[in-house]
Design a binder for this molecule. Sequence first.
Ligand code: ZN
Length: 293
Amino acid sequence: MKTEVRILFRSDRIPEGPRALLDTVRCGSDVAELEEGAIFTIVTLDERDERLPRLLHLLTERGASWLERRYDCFTDEELESSRLLIMSYDFDATVFGGPRVGTTYDMSDACKRCGAGARQTSAMILEGEDLHKLEGRRAAATPYDDMLVDEKLANVLAESGATGISFRGVFAAFEKRGHIQLAWRQICATHTMPRMSPRSTGIFPYKPCPCGRSSFTREAEIPLRLAYRAADIADICDVNVTWEWFGEVNFNGDVNDSVLAAPYFLVTPKVWRIFQGAGVTGFDWIPIRVVDE
Ligand SMILES: [Zn+2]
């Protein structure tokens, strides 16, 4: 595993110009995205790279601020030997669907304040205008981490004997034409993990709800590392969701008009291998950590 740091700064805040600054710290096109006339310059370095502190020192000297994101990168061997992987889809590529498009939920066991624990009771309804985002893909996700696969991939998953998995239909909602069924399936998890270990990093409850279950969000500067105690992963399935719910919450009691948080989707390397075999792209796979406490 290595941890990468992505530094983003405004090109026009550098008196001598970004190229001259990057030359000073010997950051070439292998680590820097620097397009003529672009507003931002982006540099990606290993966190142990000696050029990183030098670059940040120069930016500080010039009074230029920057945004920083840290994330872990894994080899296939590391993914293969992990217990569970967080399955995370490129947010910009997500297909809008869920509560505000007509998908229905049973709220009887959900938190009355934040809606965490909402249980889906219908097929997954997607926004018709977003369908082009599925073109050329075999798997995708909604902003709520609802995982979607084409029918063929759904069949492979069903026949694989993967545990804890169930499937729902997927429909597109059009204002004039109503609902149209798609040749896609939603993968659903039947197993919810216990609470994660407090040794997890890269997340924090930014608008804590008294239920303690939402709404966690990511901390860009700290790599996302979910930790579970060994006893907590004794009963895992191949497909699971976290007990904690992540993301923005704006729940007003009416699920059709609410923004809900959602759990993370955790799968075993068995499921990862099936996605790899299908040539699926667009997902990040991040192993959980197993801790004593
Ligand atoms: Zn709550």
